[in-house]
Design a protein around this ligand. Sequence first.
Ligand code: ADP
Ligand code: MG
Length: 741
Amino acid sequence: MLKLTNISKYYHSNEVVALGLRKVSLEFNLGEFVAVTGESGSGKSTLLNVISGLDTYEDGEMYVNDEETSYYSIEEWEGFRRQYIGFVFQNYNIIDSYSVLENVMIALTIQGYDKEKRKERALELIDKVGLTSHKNHKASKLSGGQKQRAVIARALAKDCPIIVADEPTGNLDSESGRVIMALLQEISKDKLVIVVTHNFDQVEEYATRKIRLFDGEVVEDKIIKKSRKVEKELVVPSFTMSIYDLMSISLRNLFRTPRRTIFTAIISIFTVIIFVFSYGSYVSETSTSGNFYGGGYFNNVTESRIIVTKFDSEQFTEAEITSIEDLSKVRTVIDHDIILDMIAVTYQLEYTWINTQQHYINPAAMLKSNQLVKGTLPTSEFEVVIEEIEGKDVGDTIVIGFDNDYRFDSDSVGIGTEFTITGIAEKIKLGDWRGRLYFHEDFINSDELLYKAYYSGSYDSPLTLEFTYNDENIFYMEGQSILIDDSVPDGEIHVSDFAYEELMYNLGLNPETGTIDDLADEVFQLQGTTSFSEIILDLNLTDTYTSSSGKWSLMMINSNTIESLLPQGVYQIGVLVEDAYDAKRVMNEIDELGFNTIYPDAVTDPFSAIFAIFTSIYLGFILGFLMIVIYFISYIVLRNIQSSKKKDYLIFRSIGASKKDLNRVTIIELLFTSLFAYVFTMILFVINEGLDINIPRYLRYFTVGSYIFIFSLLVILSLLLGRRFNKKIFGKSVITSLKQE
Ligand code: ADP
Ligand code: MG
């Protein structure tokens, strides 16, 4: 069944050609027990390697069941080794991380031995070689002789027609050697057994034939005793491992080489973290419109701000406000949303000039959890958290003006209120030239701030004022024409000297001869109009004052008076949430409560829309680039670790595993590791979602698609890496690599 004709084998190394076999012609049949002898270097091992398809030959032809083998493909040789050959190696070739039982079982798994009987068969052979008490010991813990016996059990357990053994008893004492030889004979009844030995005496009793090699040539080929005639038909089934087998081999490899596995897992975990961060920042960035201007209607545009009004433009009741406050994701509710669009001004003395800087006003509750980089939140009315302002730190004081006109007193110092800085916040919108100030709720809700929000003194004030007498508009009120000063009594109005003159003329009186007292019995009306209200107050003109350049104005009223002109009630509230994700949910809930919502961050203008497209392209590009970088880094870091598999894989191959299946094992191992890393890291991120620490919470932006997308990236990476590693592991022929190990 096995026939060699004129087989020659040369080894080429460093220009020197060594002879392995020279024109060897032999024919073997089932039932034979062949002893191969010869001195060291005579070519015995070479002969066995060629016969078992581990090594190639140059000249001649080898026939297996009359089939030529010189045209065999790699896959055909793999099939031959898997189904025909049980090999006992001179130098053990055992998988160190496996137990004895596993080493025997793996050969049966690869061969496709009947699943039900695998274990029984393995245990039977382990018992026969006397290793039952060691069956669960790791191969690395065995002595040389024990390893040899384990390898013999592995070769004999396989259901294959040819057993080749290269000095199988070389490491055993003579008694064990005898037992092994007897075992080989017993098993060989209907097989072909070829044993290489130094010690012919040991096999003499069993051998049916003796072959002696010298210098690569057959110098003796003698039948010692008649061999059994094997009549039975040789049926060699083909077999490929099931995905289940491949997965269990992968899992075992992972568990048996924990250091390799942990290292690979750590790399995978880092990869997942990098993916989640880069993709997370991408989705969180693109889930907000990225616009600064709120379509031109709003100043203070952030993903945290939702504006709520009633569809009938009426006031909110206490109960209605409470129902909104009670929504679970709502951080705080500002009764007068208009405050959020105010601009506050800080004044900074820079050498010889004063640098005025504009800021949005925000309640401290609008600070995101991870945004406060230093200090604490404000705890009282005149404390503030700032975004970085040069030269200002926690504990310093800062003057903040709220009038929208940058006024200075005689010492050229900005006019405003003094605040103590309690913390520094990170900028939430890079590129926005205005900064942000975060105030205590008591300050945000103060009446003073409210009238300043309505009456900024500029043309586009939300509150417009009209001064009338007998329903006649006797004065054109322009921006900055009314000054708020609490020295003016309630219900009274003071006019500037300049306004007084014009008023007298308009009323047909002589400002030269008359005095302000002439107007004492007259009633003037000041009308305040906002989009929510129209209020008219009757006022008396009681005094004049000198208008100065610093406080240029037409009239003066006190703050009670201006407050009376504001809408008396809550019409437009500001609802503040953590981020765009929460905003979407809260807006749905508010819709269900029956109120009107406006989300400034979603009010886009064409510029912002184009900007968003560019950020998408840019960040997509970054992600692709990251993939490539991670691929190469992982490859370099894991290369050596993966190469440590090489020896195990060679053993797998020498006992018949196909390259294709081993490639799959590598990839499945990487996929399992990735899956573990993925689940593990995601759990960490889920935990992070619930914590208030300084790690961005990106999962809230993730959809099912996001999870699949990141996992797909990981799978692609594993496939690419697996392919690359396999190329490295299977670079050379089995025997060349085995000899190098
Ligand atoms: P044996 O098993 O009888 O001791 P081998 O078959 O191992 O002999 O070797 C036969 C000859 O081939 C020897 O001369 C040996 O030096 C040579 N040889 C074996 N393997 C190689 C190899 N990989 N490279 C070069 N020469 C080799
Ligand atoms: Mg040898």
